[in-house]
Design a protein around this ligand. Structure first.
Ligand code: RP5
Length: 162
């Protein structure tokens, strides 16, 4: 089956974070592709990727970047697919720079921004799955089952040692 979600990141150094999104998509059986696409190092590739994404069958794009993180916003400007932005934790400013670069999109071109770092990448995978699940009952059932499992784990392990 062709990919439904595109997971892109500005650098190979983002992979440790962005693999969390891929792990979720794999767990939920959602076909995805992953690629390094840099807004400043490979700008032409970024435009081509964004411009062709919908025609290639993608339903959502997860874009992760750190520092002056313009990748998600630039990609969102060139596609009408939903774009989920993951602020990668930067060394200098702990990802606050990434977060503010991604989240503060002017009205008109949305980027759904998640938390900084690994939790954000996990949630980006889940959010993409939920978007697809809105039109695919099997995917939605798998997302619901994952929630139930997490709830049960908390209920089973909720007793604290005294
Ligand atoms: C951004 O610059 C990337 O998304 C990465 O988070 C950051 C640093 O990239 P490298 O210098 O590690 O390649 O483009």
């Amino acid at each position: 089956m062709s990919s439904l979600v595109g997971v892109i990141m500005g650098s190979t150094s983002d992979w440790d974070t962005m693999k969390k999104a891929c792990e979720v998509l794999e767990e939920l059986g959602i076909p995805y592709e992953k690629k390094v696409v840099s807004a400043h190092r490979t700008p032409d590739l970024m435009f081509e990727y964004a411009e062709t994404a919908a025609a290639r069958g993608l339903k959502a794009i997860i874009a992760g970047a750190g520092g002056a993180a313009h990748l998600p916003g630039m990609v969102a400007a060139k596609t009408v697919l939903p774009v989920i932005g993951v602020p990668v934790q930067s060394k200098a400013l702990n990802g606050l720079d990434s977060l503010l670069s991604i989240v503060q999109m002017p009205g008109g071109i949305p980027v759904a921004t998640v938390a900084i770092g690994a939790a954000g990448a996990t949630n980006a995978g889940l959010l993409a799955a939920q978007l697809i699940g809105a039109f695919d009952p099997q995917v939605q059932a798998r997302v619901a089952a994952r929630r139930e499992r997490i709830t049960q784990e908390v209920l089973d392990n909720g007793e604290l040692p005294l």
